[in-house]
Ligand binder design. Structure first.
Ligand SMILES: Cc1cc2nc3c(=O)[nH]c(=O)nc-3n(C[C@H](O)[C@H](O)[C@H](O)COP(=O)(O)OP(=O)(O)OC[C@H]3O[C@@H](n4cnc5c(N)ncnc54)[C@H](O)[C@@H]3O)c2cc1C
Length: 433
C-alpha cells in the first residue's frame, strides 16, 4: 500500500525531503502543507532581495512540486487550520520542515525599546513577508547599529546602504524601498563580540561591501592580524585567509563621492540599549578573545543610533503538538525522529545554521527513516485532508494558484526587477478571485 506522507513547510528542507521520498524505493504519495500562499520559505522571505541568483534554487523546488504524486496545500497552517494529531490520523508519516521563524533575543536592558528590531522581523519586512509588512520601522535616523558578524548582519547592512539604482534588479518590497530611499542613514555599525578572524561572513558577501557605489567600508587596520592564527581546519583557515585579505583591501577603497559608511566594529558587545521609550544609542563593552570566547574588558563606549538590529541568530518557535527543546530552540528528536510517525528536518531539527544545501542531507535522512520505520501505508492521505479542510472552509491554494500569483508578481515588475511582491495574504488571494 502507498505510504502517505505530509511535509509541513515548503522551504528548502521540505522540498529536499519530498525529493528524497520520491527517489526512494517505496510507493509514496507526498503532500506539502504551507502556511503562506507563497512557497519557498526563507528563499523568498530571508535571502537578500539583491541576491537573485541564490533565489533561483526555487526552480529546482518547482520541478519537485510539479512531479506526479506530489500534492500542495498552500495557505494552510498546521496548528491553526489542522492539528498534528489530526494529520497523524490522515498520514502514515509527517515531516516537520517549519524552520525557525523568530529571533534570538539580545537579553540586555532596554532591548524592548521602540527602534530595536530583530533580524527575522527586519529581513521579513524588507522581503515582503506578510507577517512583517506592518512592522513600519522608523528609519529616520543617520545611524544604525547591527549586532552580529554573520551573513544576515551583512545582508541587512548592505540593503540599508545600497543606492536605489543598485537595488533596481531586486525584489525589495515597495514599502521597504520607499522607506530606505527616504531615510537619512549615513552610518551603519556592524558589531561583533569577537575579531575579524572569528567573523562568520562568507567571502562573497564580504567582498560586496568593498564594491558599493555610495558606501565606504571602514575598518581599523590595527585590528587586522598579519595572518590567520589559531586552530582551524584547513578549509576554515582558507576561508578566513580569504576574508582577511578582503578586509585588508577595505582601507584602499576610495571614499570620494561616497555619502555612507559601514563600520566593521570588532571586539565589542552590547550591554545596554540607551534612550527613553525609543532607542537613542547602545552602550558597548570592549572585549578580547580568550580560548575562542569573547570576554569583557570592563571598558565601555557608546554608539548613538536611532535603529538597532540584533542579527545574532534565528530561533524556532515551539510547534503545537510536538515536544520542544526550549534551550536549543529545536523540536525534541533523535536524529530527526520525533516519534509517533513524526520526523523533523532543516532548521526546526538542527537550529538556524548552514546554507540552503545544508538542509539536503536532512531530507535524505528523513526519507530513509520513513522507509525503515513504515513497511506499508495504512492511512487515507490526501482526500481525507481535502475533506477536513473543506468542512472547515479553509481557503486552500494549489500549486497552480501559487503559479498564478507568481505570474502576476512578475507581470507587475518594474523594468529590470524580477517581480513586484505582494506583501499581504489578501492581495495574493485577490489575484485568484
Ligand atoms: C536572512 C537570511 C538570509 C539567508 N541567505 C542565504 C543565502 O544567501 N544563501 C544560503 O545558502 N542560505 C541562506 N540562508 C539560509 C537558508 O535560508 C536556510 O538554510 C533555509 O531556508 C532553511 O530551510 P528550512 O526549510 O528549514 O526553513 P524555512 O526556509 O524557514 O522554511 C520553513 C517553511 O515552513 C513554513 N511553515 C512554518 N510554520 C508552518 C506551519 N505551522 N504550517 C505550515 N507551514 C509552516 C514557513 O512558512 C516556511 O515556508 C539565509 C537565511 C536567512 C535567515
Amino acid at each position: 500500500m502507498t505510504i502517505n506522507v505530509a511535509v509541513i513547510g515548503a522551504g528548502p528542507s521540505g522540498f529536499y525531503t519530498v525529493d528524497a521520498l520520491l527517489k526512494g524505493e517505496k510507493d509514496v504519495r507526498v503532500d506539502i502543507i504551507e502556511r503562506l500562499p507563497t512557497p519557498f520559505g526563507l528563499i523568498r522571505g530571508g535571502v537578500a532581495p539583491d541576491h537573485q541568483t541564490t533565489k533561483k534554487v526555487a526552480r529546482v523546488y518547482e520541478k519537485t512540486a510539479l512531479t506526479d504524486g506530489v500534492g500542495y496545500f498552500g495557505n494552510v497552517e498546521v496548528g491553526r487550520d489542522v492539528t498534528i494529531a489530526e494529520l497523524q490520523e490522515i498520514y502514515d508519516a509527517i515531516v516537520l520542515a517549519v524552520g525557525a521563524p523568530t529571533d534570538r533575543k539580545l537579553g540586555i536592558p532596554g532591548d524592548d525599546k521602540i527602534g530595536v528590531y530583530g533580524s527575522a522581523d527586519f529581513v521579513g519586512w524588507y522581503n515582503g513577508h506578510p507577517d512583517f509588512t506592518d512592522l513600519d520601522p522608523d528609519l529616520n535616523t543617520q545611524t544604525v547599529v547591527v549586532i552580529g558578524n554573520g551573513n544576515v548582519a551583512v545582508d541587512i547592512a548592505r540593503v540599508l546602504v545600497k543606492t536605489p539604482e543598485e537595488m533596481t534588479e531586486t525584489d525589495l518590497a515597495d514599502h521597504a524601498a520607499d522607506t530606505i530611499d527616504a531615510s537619512p542613514i549615513k552610518d551603519v555599525y556592524m558589531v561583533g563580540r569577537r575579531g575579524p578572524i572569528e567573523a562568520k561572513f562568507t567571502n562573497v558577501e564580504l567582498r560586496e561591501m568593498g564594491k558599493l557605489e555610495d558606501c565606504q567600508p571602514v575598518i581599523d587596520p590595527a585590528q587586522l592580524p598579519d595572518e590567520v592564527e589559531g586552530d582551524w581546519s584547513d578549509r576554515d583557515r582558507r576561508l578566513k585567509e580569504r576574508n582577511l585579505a578582503t578586509m585588508k583591501e577595505f582601507p584602499d577603497v576610495d571614499p570620494s563621492g561616497m555619502s555612507k559608511r559601514c563600520h566593521f566594529t570588532f571586539y565589542a558587545k552590547p550591554v545596554e540599549v540607551l534612550g527613553g521609550d525609543k532607542v537613542e544609542g547602545v552602550r558597548m563593552e570592549h572585549t578580547r578573545v580568550e580560548d575562542g570566547r569573547s570576554v569583557g574588558t570592563g571598558e565601555f563606549f557608546e554608539i548613538p543610533c536611532g535603529l538597532l538590529i540584533p542579527a545574532i541568530g534565528y530561533f524556532s518557535a515551539p510547534f503545537p503538538g510536538v515536544p520542544f527543546d526550549v534551550d536549543n530552540g529545536v523540536v525534541v528528536h533523535d536524529d530527526g525522529r520525533v516519534g509517533d510517525g513524526v520526523y523533523a528536518v532543516g532548521w526546526i531539527k538542527r537550529g538556524p545554521t548552514g546554507v540552503i544545501g545544508t538542509n539536503k542531507p536532512d531530507g535524505d535522512t528523513a526519507a530513509t527513516q520513513i522507509f525503515e520505520d513504515i513497511e506499508d501505508g495504512t492511512k487515507p492521505g490526501r482526500e481525507a485532508l481535502e475533506t477536513l479542510l473543506e468542512e472547515r472552509s479553509v481557503r486552500t491554494l494549489s500549486y497552480a494558484d501559487w503559479q498564478a500569483i507568481d505570474a502576476a508578481e512578475v507581470a507587475a515588475a518594474k523594468p529590470g526587477a524580477p517581480r513586484r511582491k505582494f506583501v499581504n495574504v489578501d492581495e495574493m488571494i485577490a489575484v485568484l478571485d
